[in-house]
Design a protein around this ligand. Structure first.
Ligand code: FMN
Length: 221
């Protein structure tokens, strides 16, 4: 696949074909490609857990139950700013409202919002869940490296017809997820990625987010 098309055509997929499996071989070769991502001094700070079948179901059950009971959990790191402000809050709202608008979900309809959001914990129907962890004593630079690994993985998946949804939604429930992964105590949860084949006709997968124009975030000096 053309590199530019692979990057620009990537989007977060939120309806996967649950019946179309992804083989170990596919996952291994994908991780080998992503593993070519650069990292400072080549320290490669990533650790990946590939989860399917019953173990994935256990994670779904544990996180769904907590989410539906109103337990918001507490993540080990702040993914978002502690104090939302313009322009970020506006961009966040635009993304959320756009998706809810497409799905016909009223923001004030708590039950509908909940029914949508809980799908995060079902991996949006994906047959494969990838969990990404990092040693807790790694510094910010390693998180920068990690982002490169994750984007490489998501773009490379497309060459094989696969699609992804990156998910921070599991982070507040890391204390349920990490034991189910048998992850060592010294590691923390970075995020998850749902992986599989997209349901091509699903309305939710037609949602395309906008982006700033280059001149809005670039200064040519
Ligand atoms: C690290 C990370 C975590 C994310 N967490 C979630 C999530 O928990 N649930 C979700 O539906 N989307 C999640 N997203 C997807 C973003 O909402 C999405 O990337 C953004 O709106 C841009 O849309 P696009 O990916 O379709 O280009 C996450 C994205 C990233 C990079």
């Amino acid at each position: 696949m053309d590199t530019i098309a692979a990057i620009t055509g990537r989007q977060s997929i939120r309806a996967f074909d649950a019946d179309r499996p992804v083989s170990d071989e596919q996952i291994r070769s994908l991780l080998a490609v992503a593993g070519r991502a650069p990292s400072g001094s080549n320290i490669q700070p990533w650790q990946i857990f590939v989860v399917r079948g019953q173990r994935k179901q256990h994670i779904t059950d544990a996180c769904s139950e907590r989410y539906l009971s109103g337990d918001e959990g507490v993540a080990e790191y702040h993914y978002y700013p502690q104090h939302w402000r313009a322009p970020y809050i506006d961009r966040r709202r635009e993304t959320g409202f756009g998706l809810y608008g497409l799905l016909g979900i009223e923001r004030r309809d708590a039950a509908a919002v909940q029914a949508y959001r809980v799908q995060n914990y079902q991996f949006f129907g994906a047959p494969v869940a990838l969990f990404f962890t990092i040693d807790r004593d790694m510094e910010l630079g390693s998180w920068l490296d990690y982002g490169m690994f994750l984007q490489s993985l998501m773009v490379a998946a497309r060459a094989d017809g696969l699609e992804t949804c990156p998910q921070a939604a599991f982070c507040p429930y890391y204390d349920s997820v990490m034991p189910l992964l048998n992850a060592p105590d010294e590691q923390m949860l970075v995020c998850a990625i749902s992986l599989g084949y997209a349901q091509p006709d699903a309305l939710i997968n037609s949602y395309r987010t906008g982006r700033l124009a280059v001149d809005e975030f670039t200064t040519f000096l």
